[in-house]
Design a protein around this ligand. Structure first.
Ligand code: ADP
Length: 268
């Protein structure tokens, strides 16, 4: 059996996805990027192969994507995150009746992509200048609030007070603002909900720049946070489609494109 791999070397996490000849997902693996991008990417791939009982030779074609993609030199090709994310969301979205707008929040950037009904990218916008609308903001907030990242989602729904306004437009200032709010006796839930709404309003502004159409797909690690999902839905006035594995959509897209490229080259 032939397999195809996508490896998304992200700023915060490395994601690997493997698909078979039919394009069916065989498995995914996620690990922290750390400082050794190449070593950690290689290990992530080997871990997934071992988990599935496969050898490196079973992978016929491998496409790298993401922030550190150029560092993974043994890839057969490397493509932009926009292309890979669009391909992954388009493919995953088919089961839900198709998607046209994609919101991706990563560790250090956020993106909005609009695709046409055949999956081609029509328009995209990116914020990579300001960490306030990204996963980094959530990481910093969790640390300040002495919570695990995974706990933020539940806290969002637990408060009986309205979400606080977080006014700082930069993560460093937001950090002091959070500490100030805690010092003034505000509860964690109202602060967390405020953070989620602050990220949500930035995200919705970004999405509106590309034009919001049809079903909106939300992916990237922060899509695992149900509180953030609720805040974005609220700000957007629409339901979001969050896939089963939101953090690996881009790696899955790269794997799908690896399969397509290989099949085209080996047709007939
Ligand atoms: P990148 O591709 O830039 O490395 P990811 O899409 O992997 O980014 O997202 C990383 C971010 O996802 C982290 O900064 C973190 O805020 C968030 N994240 C990761 N795992 C979880 C989780 N289990 N719950 C909530 N948020 C998470």
């Amino acid at each position: 059996m032939n397999y195809f791999a996508g490896i998304d070397v992200g700023s915060t996490a490395i994601k690997v996805a493997l698909v078979d000849e039919q394009g069916t997902l065989a498995g995914v693996h996620v690990t922290a990027s750390g400082s050794l991008f190449h070593k950690n990417s290689t290990e992530a791939l080997n871990t997934l192969l071992a988990k599935l009982g496969l050898q490196r030779d079973d992978v016929r074609y491998l496409i790298a994507t993401g922030y550190g993609r150029k560092l993974f030199k043994e890839a057969d090709d490397s493509i932009s995150e926009i292309t890979a994310n669009a391909a992954g969301a388009f493919e995953t979205g088919k089961a839900y009746g198709g998607v046209r707008t994609i919101i991706n929040i990563g560790g250090q950037d956020s993106k909005a992509i609009r695709i046409d009904p055949t999956g081609n990218v029509e328009n995209f916008a990116m914020n990579d200048k300001c960490a306030a609308g990204t996963g980094r903001f959530l990481d910093v907030a969790a640390r300040n609030l002495e919570l695990d990242l995974e706990e933020l989602g539940d806290y969002h729904f637990q408060g009986d007070k309205a979400p606080l306004n977080i006014n700082s437009t930069c993560t460093v200032f937001a950090e002091s603002e959070i500490i100030g709010l805690l010092a003034n006796g505000h509860g964690k839930s109202e602060i967390i909900a405020g953070i989620h709404y602050s990220i949500a309003s930035r995200t919705v502004r970004l999405a509106k720049r590309v034009g919001v159409e049809d079903r909106v797909y939300f992916d990237g690690g922060p899509a695992l946070n149900k509180g953030l999902v609720a805040a974005i839905q609220d700000e957007l006035g629409r339901e979001l489609l969050v896939p089963e594995y939101p953090q690996t959509t881009t790696a899955f897209g790269a794997a799908i494109l690896a399969r397509n490229d290989w099949q085209e080259e080996n047709a007939g």
